[in-house]
Design a protein around this ligand. Structure first.
Ligand code: SF4
Length: 224
């Protein structure tokens, strides 16, 4: 079966998914949409009211801003894939709960594996912290390149933050310009912060009494 059909199959399954409590309150699930072979995949936190009512991602006020500004830099929505960490709207736009994110994770992982984009764009802090690291903050991480388990991530400010002030709007627009630049060239290894967790080393001996160090490529790992 071809990859595009498999992606449609994932969307069909999302639309009838009842794996978490968000199925009870949604109007429509929002699987995501765009080019099945997109080079960029945008991942937001979750559908809002307009998305819930339409079954489409990023169509509310902030979504319209994202769409408009992407078009301005030559990236139309049909060239990218847009989805969310959770596919159903949390009631009253609350933050998705951990068990809801975990329940929905298989759908997102399947979409990433099938689309295999050049890089993933976490849209906003919660998406960044879920996809890359809970220790990262969006204002310090935006427009930087992270690699985790072989996948590149380039986070941007959420367009809803851009609507709050001229300063955040400028930062948001800068993020999109930087995305355009990353898309048009090879990303240098020196630009990438690799945050793939290092393996945990344990002593081969059941009784070790002295502090030991193991030299590993690129650094020293302390065992104790
Ligand atoms: S949020 Fe995800 S896991 Fe929960 S019901 Fe919707 S599609 Fe299923």
């Amino acid at each position: 079966m071809d990859l595009i059909q498999l992606l449609y199959d994932v969307s069909d399954e999302v639309c009838v998914c009842t794996k978490c409590r968000l199925a009870e309150t949604r109007t429509y699930a929002v699987p995501g949409e765009g080019d099945p072979q997109a080079q960029i995949m945008f991942v937001g936190e979750g559908p809002g009211e307009q998305e819930d009512l339409s079954g489409r991602p990023f169509v509310g006020k902030s979504g319209q801003l994202l769409t408009r500004e992407l078009e301005r830099i030559g990236i139309t929505r049909d060239l990218v894939f847009i989805t969310n960490i959770v596919k159903c709207r949390p009631p009253k736009n609350r933050v998705p709960l951990v068990d809801e994110i975990e329940a929905c994770n298989d759908w997102l992982m399947a979409q990433i594996a099938l689309i295999n984009p050049k890089f993933i764009v976490p849209v906003g802090g919660p998406s960044l912290q879920t996809l890359v690291s809970k220790d990262l903050r969006i204002m310090r991480s935006r427009s930087k390149v992270f690699r985790k388990e072989g996948i590149l991530f380039i986070p941007i400010l959420h367009p809803s933050a851009a609507l709050r002030s001229p300063d955040t709007m400028k930062s948001f627009l800068d993020d999109l310009k930087n995305l355009r630049a990353y898309l048009d060239r090879e990303i240098e290894e020196s630009e990438i912060t690799d945050i793939t967790p290092r393996p945990v080393y344990t002593s081969p001996s059941p009784k070790v009494t002295e502090t030991a160090e193991v030299k590993e490529e690129g650094g020293t790992l302390s065992l104790f």
